[in-house]
Design a protein around this ligand. Sequence first.
Ligand code: S3P
Length: 449
Amino acid sequence: MSGHGTPIPMTSRKSGPLSGVASVPGDKSISHRALIFGAMAVGETKITGLLEGQDVLDTAKAMQALGADVVDHGAGEWSVHGVGVGGFSEPDNVIDCGNSGTGVRLIMGCVATSPFAVTFTGDASLNKRPMGRVTDPLALFGTTSVGRSGGRLPLTLVGTGDATPVEYTTPMPSAQVKSAVLLAGLNAPGKTVVIEKEATRDHTERMLRGFGAEVVTEKVAEGYKITLTGRPELKPQVVAVPRDPSSAAFPVCAALIVEGSDILVPGVSQNTTRNGLYTTLVEMGADITFENPREEGGEPVADLRVKYSQLKGIEVPPARAASMIDEYPVLSVVASFATGTTVMKGVKELRVKESDRIDAMARGLEKCGVKIEEDQDTLIVHGCGPKGVKGGATCATFIDHRIAMSFLVMGMASNEPVSVDDGSPIATSFPVFETLMAALGASIQRTNR
Ligand code: S3P
């Protein structure tokens, strides 16, 4: 199954110690937002360190289709000449967001309060994912939408030029939903309010403040209340995109399980809405030191020195889920090498990611000889401890970059090689994964068929 043309089967094998510096690419969440907010500012926003993964490139194309002038200057440098809040024009064609849930949901938000219709589509994975979580709150502004059954893409959203501001409590912890509502609120008069019970990644709030919008976050009895004042004039910015902590997770986890490893991963976000994995790994006994803490691109970051470690299973608190939601697949790999059981509860959002990630990991881990238990909201991994993980299987990736990278990390430390049926989706978020891991000493190849 592939959404990206020809599948690329890949295999990784037990590797010698990993060493060196793993400089991972720009943050995916911040890259999407830099392009979108730049397109909604008046004048030229300059971006450095943009993640040039397919997801972000699809968002760049969408901003161009809505009337912004987006220019690639090479080597991660981009500029966006924005049209201002309320300045988008009707696109000539369908907006194709490829594999990207973040792309489509944020763009739906930013066109919802414009007086025209936009039709969205994506690849086979994205076209299965629920969009009602975004179109429901956008309807409160006065938009209408029609999609396939279950509110799935392809879907047409009819924006409104006469929006009323909204107060909305998100029913699930989702930065995409929160951000879609806030982006719609930019072109509504008055104050738009989003309440979330648990804090999710806060890049939209931080970056919109940087672009000159009034966004106030308060701790309230129900959780967090975010109030945005509509119709600001967004001022163009210089955005230095920090490295992606979700991509950093792969070399970090590989170093923890490949014997003798010692690597440095510079500039990993310590933003508390993103760093749950690192807290969890330390609790499991990981030898990670957080060196040179500083600020980069408006985010607190540190350089991580990571050494091979004997890990123990733990119970991951459900309250931490939002801050590490994309990292559970690779955590379940690390947990397979630990001694004891790792319990991951409160993770049902994993079922509606690029794939059903609980199912995808459970099936692949079982094939590799790891005992797991699961229910709708839980994944439990029984670590193999000193006898090691068997491996020796081909795992299905379901057009999901993080599933592909997780199983390839697993193969680097398993007793037998681990293959994935399709590594092509890795290009959506971490196009240099293969070369970066190989440069650290990992044995990873495209499989001859
Ligand atoms: C993202 C939010 C998360 C995350 C995704 C990126 C964002 O999704 O899984 O990779 O940039 O806002 P949800 O908001 O659906 O949890």
